[in-house]
Write a protein that binds this ligand. Structure first.
Ligand SMILES: *Cc1c(COP(=O)(O)O)cnc(C)c1O
Length: 457
């Protein structure tokens, strides 16, 4: 990374030019960006602001996605090789090796009987497609009244309209867009659960029993209107970095089977090993009818997501004649460049091993992350501003008693070499899988010291 970077960022006035011109996620037009990225390599970002440059470890892995690090030579080579062939071609009536290989790979990795793949251009779109598929499934079975979905409180499934509709209606970021009369059905959030260091899930049995009664009651009351149940298995991400009991997923599976609802698992954040299982649903040994993946799919290089479903679902639509087509088809569907990088990324994750075997590379990486995060975040436990510290796989969370003073904590962490993006009362990391124990120590120290500095100890 060149020494000229700070001057460049300053000379070009990127931050000033950005302000008022570009929107950033969930931000006002003039308050979006605080640093310019002038380079990225491995697990590090080079940031620049008025005060100079900052080399930081990316604790966010660019929002769950950049699992193999920036400028990864294998992914770079895959992208270059595909650019030299063709970067894009329409998917209507045409196919290509990167898409076919990727679908084969996903099916081979996926839990249960998932066997058919729709390649979408973002996570939210894959959720839209999953919801449309469920409506078409119910229609094909003659259940035309089944047009709604049951979702969990505290869930997050994306920013497009239908995906927003199944996000938590109160806590979510979407209250401004409520569509009266089109509300979905919400099940209470299952009780919290923690994975002990012995690998056992602990949760309150009485709370779980109570939750089960409530969930079954709501599902029974609305069964004639429901097409499916959607949830993030085990770990709710943007809705609060909240882990819940695997048994809740088994109960949802039973409810879905009982009422002929499709069970849709949104593994966009949790997929590809992040929670310590290849897919989070595997903690419960429950397989869905429909699954969405995204975020880490291309190792963070390009926007790509996928929806997978079982033969039962596909067959219901199937057969010749009208009504058998899945009614979605984005312009950049199956983008060859994204598929080629995704293939390379999945190969890095699984190596030549069985993707679930102990020798699959992701497993060693994520268990090393988990061990190092447990150790590096532990000192936060003694801070009086800290309510809880929890770690699951490659996800570490420090929850405060009060809302995080985001701007100040972010700055304090950057000064200590870590990039984080707290929200609400949560300071959390899901670092690239290729972080070394030393990187994670830097990250953990930066977080703990930033919290102590800003929120007091
Ligand atoms: C990020 C996310 C989405 C939305 O994916 P985009 O690619 O941002 O559209 C959906 N569901 C979950 C669980 C997510 O974490």
């Amino acid at each position: 990374m060149s020494a000229a970077a700070p001057q460049l960022a300053r000379q070009d006035g990127l931050l000033a030019r950005d302000s008022g011109l570009l929107w950033h996620p969930y931000a006002s037009l003039d308050a979006g960006a605080h640093y310019a990225v002038t380079g990225a390599d491995g697990v590090r970002l080079m940031l620049a602001d008025e005060s100079g440059t900052h080399e930081v470890i990316d604790g966010m892995a660019s929002w769950w996605s950049m699992v193999h690090g920036y400028r990864n030579p294998v992914l770079d080579a895959a992208a270059h090789a595909q650019i030299d062939r063709f970067s894009h071609v329409m998917f209507g009536g045409l196919t290509h090796a990167p898409a076919v290989q990727l679908a084969e790979r996903l099916v081979a990795m996926a839990p249960g009987e998932l066997a058919h793949v729709f390649l979408a251009d973002s996570g939210s779109i894959s959720v839209e497609v999953a919801l449309k598929l469920a409506l078409q499934y119910q229609h094909a079975r003659g259940h035309d009244t089944r047009r709604r979905f049951a979702a969990l409180r505290g869930g997050y499934h994306g920013d497009t309209f239908a995906a927003m509709g199944v996000c938590d209606p109160v806590d979510g970021m979407h209250a401004a867009f409520a569509q009266p009369g089109r509300e979905q059905v919400f099940l209470p959030r299952p009780p919290a659960a923690r994975l002990t260091t012995e690998g056992q899930w602990e949760s309150d049995a009485a709370e779980l029993a109570e939750w089960e009664v409530a969930a079954r009651k709501i599902a029974a009351a609305y069964m004639d209107e429901l097409a499916g149940i959607i949830c993030e298995p085990i770990l709710q991400g943007a809705g609060g970095m909240f882990t819940y009991a695997p048994k809740a997923l088994r109960i949802l599976r039973e409810i879905a089977d009982e009422h002929d609802l499709l069970l849709i698992f949104d593994e966009i954040a949790t997929g590809f090993g992040r929670t310590g299982a290849l897919f989070a649903s595997e903690w419960a040994q429950v397989a869905p009818d429909v699954m969405c993946v995204g975020k880490a799919l291309t190792g963070g290089y390009l926007s790509l997501a996928a929806m997978l479903c079982t033969p039962k679902v596909a067959r219901a639509l199937g057969g010749p004649g009208p009504g058998s087509a899945l009614l979605h088809g984005p312009t950049f569907m199956g983008n060859p460049l994204a598929c080629a990088v995704a293939n390379a990324s999945l190969e890095l994750l699984t190596g030549s091993a069985d993707p679930r075997s102990a020798s699959a590379p992701w497993r060693g990486q994520v268990s090393a992350l988990e061990a190092a995060l447990r150790e590096a975040l532990a000192p936060a436990r003694v801070l009086s501003c800290v309510k809880e510290v929890r770690v699951l796989g490659g996800v570490g969370v420090i929850q405060l008693h009060d809302p995080v003073r985001v701007a100040e904590v972010t700055k304090a962490a950057v000064r200590r070499g870590a990039w984080v993006r707290p929200f609400r009362d949560l300071l959390y990391v899901m670092p690239p899988y290729v972080c070394t124990p030393g990187d994670l120590q830097v990250l953990g120290d930066a977080l703990v010291l930033a919290v102590a500095e800003i929120h007091g100890n």
